[in-house]
Ligand binder design. Structure first.
Ligand code: ATP
Ligand code: LTN
Length: 334
């Protein structure tokens, strides 16, 4: 077993991966692979909290895995796995449910938002979603969880649950995880409405840049992105949310500080900035999409990666389940 700090994160295979998911989360995952002991999951059990077509869900898991690989996640350095392949997630979620109050879950912003947009299907899973997420993290004794800004509240619940169970049992059952949130790009906003977060399940495709968008689509979307009319290229989230969003995306994709971009574009118009940003995004996406196509063609290779991931993750999850079952008072020997 490695003595590097443990990192765990996950993305639900729903919708289509966006540049927001990359900049807010996966970019950090790739960076952490060398220095940390990493596990990255496709959280399919979370995805079914909203209705999914089974065949499409299956296909999307493969699509997301290929994108993970194309973005540089390496199955030899990180454990890449599917949540439903490891029974410990559901087992631990149940236990944690019994340490979570309804009031805590009722306060969760994501639940309130999703319950508002999926009014025909406000199921118990949607309500309980943050507990399953806490289980994902605590199962592996994760030290750090690289996510975008929107997941802070869920992380806080995972921390509270870890502390609560440790206090109630009097043992160090769980590591208390820290959020790992990027300084730039933690909340990429919609191109058409920079007051709301870009999201992979958005019904309006023009709001998001998808990792599998064609170059000319990307250019068109960026050119049409909402900005403001004062004409000055300056980062100011409150006064200039659209332009600030474009600067953040540029900074993350080109690996350049925002201050440098402000300096370089001082005195230029928005058209120039948008044109250069579109070029930078396309320069990032084109090779990515080529690698994606190569990985997609190798179904046997993908199955092998998932089988390895499932085995490694299951083995790592076992001691946590055993420990917490024993402390709970479950009779051994099952
Ligand atoms: P959905 O629309 O399907 O609910 P989503 O786009 O919000 O999905 P998630 O699966 O909820 O994506 O999140 C995956 C990861 O990407 C999380 O770490 C989340 O914080 C991050 N993330 C999602 N959207 C953004 C965004 N707009 N900016 C930065 N990070 C983001
Ligand atoms: N809720 C997260 C996805 C998620 C996750 C996790 C992230 C599920 N389990 C564990 C980090 C660690 C979201 O982004 N919506």
């Amino acid at each position: 077993m490695s003595d590097k700090p443990v990192v765990l994160s996950g993305i639900q295979p729903s919708g289509s991966l966006t540049l927001g998911n990359y900049v807010g989360a996966i970019k950090n995952w790739v960076a952490l692979q060398n220095s940390h002991d990493c596990l990255f999951a496709l959280v399919d059990m979370h995805a079914i909290t909203v209705r999914q077509d089974p065949a499409a869900l299956r296909e999307r898991c493969h699509e997301f895995l290929c994108l993970y690989l194309a973005l540089g996640l390496d199955p030899d350095r990180a454990t890449l796995f599917v949540q439903s392949h490891v029974s410990g997630h559901a087992q631990l979620a149940w236990l944690l449910n019994c340490h979570t109050s309804m009031g805590e879950l009722r306060r969760m912003t994501q639940f309130k938002e999703k319950a508002g947009t999926h009014t025909d299907n406000v199921n118990a899973g949607l309500f309980d979603y943050p507990v399953l997420m806490a289980a994902d993290i605590l199962l592996y004794q994760a030290d750090a969880v690289p996510v975008g800004d929107d997941q802070k509240q869920h992380l806080e619940l995972a921390r509270n649950l870890a502390e609560r169970v440790n206090a109630r049992t009097g043992e160090r059952v769980f590591t208390v995880p820290e959020p790992f949130i990027p300084e730039v790009g933690a909340r990429v906003m919609r191109l058409g409405d920079p007051t709301a977060k870009m999201s992979k399940s958005d019904d309006v495709p023009a709001n998001s840049i998808y990792l599998l968008d064609e170059p000319k689509t990307v250019t068109k979307k960026i050119k049409r992105a909402v900005t403001d009319s004062d004409g000055e290229i300056r980062y100011d989230e409150a006064q200039k949310p659209g332009l600030s969003n474009l600067l953040s995306i540029y900074s993350a994709v080109a690996d350049r500080p925002i201050a440098d971009l402000e300096r370089d574009y001082a005195g230029f118009g928005y058209g120039r900035l948008k044109g250069d940003l579109a070029e930078a995004v396309v320069a990032f996406l084109e090779p990515l999409q080529k690698r994606y196509a190569e990985f997609s063609a190798d179904r046997a290779g993908l199955a092998d990666i998932l089988a390895r991931g499932a085995k490694a993750a299951s083995q790592r999850a076992e001691p946590t389940i055993e420990h917490v079952y024993r402390l709970t008072g479950f009779v051994p020997g099952g």
